[in-house]
Design a protein around this ligand. Sequence first.
Ligand code: C2O
Ligand code: CU
Length: 462
Amino acid sequence: GAIQAADLPLMPPSAMPSGQPLSPLVQLANQSDQSAVFEADLEAKVVEMELAGGKKTEVWAYNGQLPGPQIVVNEGDTVRIRFKNSLSQPTTIHWHGLAVPEAQDGNPQDEVLPGQTRLYEFKIAENSAGTYWYHPHPHGLVAEQVYMGLAGSLIIKSKTDPFAHLQEQHWLISDLRLDQDGRIPPNTLSDWINGREGEFVLINAQLTPQISLNGNQRLRIWNATSARYFRLHLPNVEWIVVGTDGGLLEEPLSAGDELFLVPGQRLEVIPRISQNGTATLISRYYDRRKMMVREAPTTLTLAKVELTQTDVALPQRLRTFAALPPVAVKRTVVFRERMASGMNGDTAGMLQNMFLVNDQVFDMKRIDFEGKQGETEEWLLFNSSHMDHPFHIHGTQFELINRTLNGETRQEPYRAKRDILNLKPMEKALIRFVQTEKGLKMFHCHILEHETLGMMAMLQVK
Ligand code: C2O
Ligand code: CU
């Protein structure tokens, strides 16, 4: 997309209605009457909405909804999504975190052209219960399509869920930038380099909603922003993490008073509330080393929360992970930025060559690694750059083994299934995973601007 030369006057956050009761995410209705089949239509389309300042805003939305409708399925289900692209540019739907066949994963090689329809059909893997999402993945257009509004949540339920009796509460966090006229403006140069952070930070598309929280709730949280890092803090609440991107942990784990959530990541949490009353959900400042901007540390206010203390006894054992087969192949993946000498001249060209995986920008036709179905891969991830980059790989969940920063290696004390891992500048991490489906698996930085600019590569699983 075009680069906006400078920051235009923006819509002030006070222009959007706030303080309304939190709306639950709207579920996509299942149109199938067969058991174990989920069937529905999704359409990516342009709609106008009144979001702020009494102005009409053009958004791109699945079925015209912000956030996109939530898909809820069971392990073992067959999913059939009839998708229509009513945008004026190509798109795809990528099922973030799911193990699906190559042709169904919304890869950049499988564009759905404007006006076209296609069927996405896949089976939900056993043992994959967890908190996922879906978003577009066409080459070079991802960042724009997501900041224009295309993203939705997906939950896989299990028949043996130890928390089936709890109420669920869902927070899908996104952000939005509006100019004075209510339009969603294109990225600035700083957005392309640092990742775009919209000024309106929303939960379920609402600004600072009013939330009721008690200890009998399983909270699922999505970070569906392009580039915002959250350190969520709620006074009088201890966050008990029970699940990560790929579902339940083996045991509940206290995160203390702060939940760290990077772009693309999800968590399942049970709040342990020590006092009744009203509290403010904030995100503490995280210094993720942006380039060429001087940013004052700020604390974000996300919601007003009414807390009700409820004592819940958590089971000690939530799940048991099978051991991974012995490591069959080891690889190294390096994230790096190439700084052009002199920023005058060809800005677009500079950006197109700036964000690298193993010293290359993404090429849809280049296979970077070949691997085998069912084999354990061990990857050493190295962020040899000046900025944080959240690593993501398609088609699987990985386990973090250890991470190394400033010469110090820390073993990961517990096992967890993730598909996103933040790497700080100069940090290394060792991960292991198995791919169960054949085909092309992208791996990339989940700051969507970096992905769009080519900080992405491909593993072909045979
Ligand atoms: Cu959510 Cu390839 O990404
Ligand atoms: Cu990045």
